[in-house]
Design a protein around this ligand. Structure first.
Ligand SMILES: N[C@@H](CCC(=O)N[C@@H](CS)C(=O)NCC(=O)O)C(=O)O
Length: 273
C-alpha cells in the first residue's frame, strides 16, 4: 500500500487522492521547489470505492481536515483544507508567491480562473454534475465564451509579460497552474479520437502557451518528478474516474473519464472549426 495517511506532527504533508484533480498544483510546486514533504495518497479503489473514506477517514480531522475533504495540507500541527488555501500555502513556503500585493492578487486571479472556470467545470461535467455545452464550452456570453475564451485569456497573460512568466520576472504559482491545466487537458485529449484535432484547434494558435509549457517541463525537478513512479500513480488521471477506467459503467458511475473527454474534444472541434 502506498498510502501513509499518517497524522502529521511537524512535517509537511500533502494529501490527495491518486488522481491529478485538485491535487496537482500543490504537488508540482512542492516537487519543483524540492520541499521536504510527504506526498500522501488516499486510494480511490481502496478508500473511495472500498468505503473506508465514507465510513471512517472522512471524519478523521487529522486526515481529512476540518472540512472533511481532500486536498489537505498539514504542517507544524495545523491542517488546512480547500484547494486554493493548500496551493497558496505551498506557494508561500516554496517562494512561488510574489511580494507585492498587486502581483499576489494577479497570481490568485489566474489560479482562480483556471480552477473555477476551467478545471472544476470540466471535472464536474465528467461526473455528470455540469453540462458540457452550457457550463464548459459555453458561458454567459454564448457558445464560445467558456473554455476557448479562457485559454485565449491565458495566452494573453503570457504574451503581455516579456520574461516568459505569467507574472513578474520569476516563476510563480500562476505558472504551475497554467502548466498543469494545459498539460492534463492535452494529455487526456490526445488519448481520444477527436482529441488531436481539438488540441490543435484549442492550443495550436497559442505560441506563448506552447513556449511556456516547454519552459515549465524543462525545469529539472519538474522533469524528474514527471518521469517518476510516484507521478505515474496519479498524474495521468484528471479525475477519480480516470483511475477507475472502464469500470465506471459496472460501478454505475456513468461514462468513463475518456468517454467524457471525447465528448469535450468533439464539442470543441465543432465550435472551433
Ligand atoms: N471546496 C473544496 C472541495 C474539495 C472536494 O470536494 N474534494 C473532493 C475530491 S476532489 C473530496 O475529497 N470528496 C470527498 C468527499 O467530499 O467526501 C476544494 O476546493 O478543495
Amino acid at each position: 500500500m502506498t498510502t501513509e495517511n499518517a497524522p502529521s506532527e511537524n512535517k509537511l504533508v500533502l494529501r490527495y487522492w491518486n488522481c491529478a484533480g485538485r491535487g496537482m498544483l500543490m504537488r508540482y510546486m512542492a516537487y519543483d521547489a524540492g520541499l521536504d514533504f510527504t506526498d500522501d495518497i488516499v486510494d480511490i479503489d481502496e478508500d473511495f470505492l472500498g468505503g473506508t473514506w465514507e465510513s471512517k477517514k472522512k471524519y478523521m480531522p487529522e486526515l481529512a481536515g476540518p472540512f472533511k475533504a481532500l486536498p489537505v495540507v498539514q504542517h507544524n500541527g495545523s491542517t488546512i483544507n480547500e484547494t486554493g488555501a493548500c496551493a497558496q500555502y505551498i506557494a508561500e513556503i516554496a517562494g512561488y508567491m510574489p511580494n507585492s500585493p498587486i502581483d499576489r492578487a494577479k497570481v490568485i486571479m489566474i489560479c482562480d480562473h483556471i480552477y473555477e472556470d476551467i478545471l472544476i467545470n470540466i471535472s464536474y461535467a465528467l461526473w455528470g454534475f455540469r453540462d458540457w455545452d452550457r457550463d464548459v464550452i459555453g458561458g454567459f456570453a454564448g457558445p464560445t465564451s467558456g473554455l476557448p475564451l479562457k485559454f485565449v485569456n491565458l495566452e494573453n497573460v503570457l504574451a503581455e509579460n516579456a520574461g516568459g512568466f505569467a507574472i513578474g520576472n520569476g516563476v510563480s504559482m500562476a505558472d504551475f497552474a497554467i502548466f498543469y491545466i494545459v498539460d492534463i487537458l492535452t494529455q487526456r485529449m490526445l488519448e481520444v479520437e477527436s482529441g488531436p484535432q481539438a488540441v490543435k484547434l484549442l492550443f495550436g494558435d497559442k505560441p506563448f502557451i506552447a513556449a511556456h509549457q516547454e519552459m515549465m517541463k524543462a525545469r529539472p525537478n519538474m522533469s524528474k518528478y514527471r518521469s517518476s513512479a510516484q507521478w505515474k500513480k496519479y498524474g495521468p488521471y484528471l479525475s477519480g474516474k480516470g483511475v477507475m477506467g472502464n469500470r465506471t459503467h459496472e460501478l454505475e458511475l456513468g461514462e468513463t473519464e475518456l468517454e467524457g473527454i471525447e465528448t469535450l474534444a468533439s464539442k470543441l472541434v465543432t465550435c472551433l472549426e
